[in-house]
Unconditional design. Structure first.
Length: 295
């Protein structure tokens, strides 16, 4: 039985900024990898001009949004989601950046793994919730991740923003939020999105060992240098807030936030060590996991 045109398996949000030639290669390979699949691709372009539309209009399952004037990547994604959720019903939501080329089996394998693992308990004691096949998919480390027998990586944090697959209900219920950060991309945006899943008991799963995609330019993300990643803003320190304000000022942005004058930490939650409440929760969990698994 044929599905209605608005009932799709995966809604793909493809974010791009000021590099149309790289984005063309990425979108071309994405079209091949999703050929014949029930997907809808929303290109959210924050570039200074909408020239990329001329390329996008050649594809019947691609819709183009132009979100210029220093719209942050987080809010560019949210604008695309807000547009798409009023038109389409999807089982999955996949966020991509424009610097990856995809193997023809990339989409099929990634979604297959997500369907198999979502909601099941991982060795970390957290449920699998977010998925990626990016070459640098998740943060790895003794206290952060575990490698499974099949080579997949389970991580408390991540995945990287260049590729994140969510169950749609998970994203709308847990992860989605309008980010107020002044900078185009910063660890404040990425950290808050990931922490919201972590604090609800979910972790990330990377299948990067399958080599299903690669960075277009010399194996390094082409975001480097094009949007300032910004200082760490989610550490709840007044110094972190000041640093964000100063970077924004240096870029000529209008500052609507109040200017910090106090040295009081930007949180009313009591801390018994130097760190944030989220960090304290994560460290406590790690101690339990180390004891359980003898790490």
């Amino acid at each position: 039985m044929e599905h209605a045109h608005f009932d799709i398996e995966t809604l793909i949000i493809f974010g791009t900024y000021q590099r149309h030639e790289v984005a063309k290669r990425s979108l071309d390979s994405l079209m091949l990898a999703t050929n014949g699949k029930r997907v809808k691709i929303i290109v959210s372009d924050s570039s200074s001009n909408p020239h990329f539309y001329d390329f996008c209009k050649e594809f019947t399952n691609v819709e183009y949004l132009w979100t210029p004037d220093r719209v942050s990547m987080a809010n560019a994604r949210n604008l695309a989601i807000e547009y798409a959720r009023n038109k389409y019903v999807s089982d999955w939501i996949l966020f991509l950046e424009d610097d990856l080329e995809y193997h023809e089996n990339w989409y099929t394998e990634l979604v297959k793994v997500a369907k198999k693992y979502y909601g099941k308990m991982s060795p970390l004691g957290l449920a699998y919730g977010i998925f990626t096949a990016s070459p640098k998919g998740v943060k790895e480390g003794k206290d952060l991740s575990i490698k499974l027998e099949n080579g997949y990586i389970v991580s408390m944090f991540g995945p990287r923003a260049d590729q994140r697959l969510y169950k749609a209900s998970h994203y709308y219920t847990i992860s989605r939020e309008w980010e107020s950060d002044l900078l185009g991309i910063s660890s404040s945006q990425t950290g808050k999105i990931i922490n919201r899943s972590l604090m609800r008991g979910y972790c990330a799963l990377s299948i990067s060992n399958q080599n299903l995609c690669r960075f277009i330019e010399e194996g390094v993300s082409t975001w480097s240098g094009l949007r300032d990643i910004g200082p760490v803003a989610f550490d709840k320190r007044i110094q972190g807030y000041k640093s964000i304000i100063n970077v924004a000022k240096s870029k000529g942005l209008k500052i609507d936030q109040p200017q910090p004058t106090s040295k009081i930490p930007m949180t009313s939650v009591p801390l018994d060590f130097k760190g944030s409440p989220n960090t304290f929760w994560a460290v406590s969990l790690l101690k339990k996991l180390k004891k359980k698994f003898g790490l």
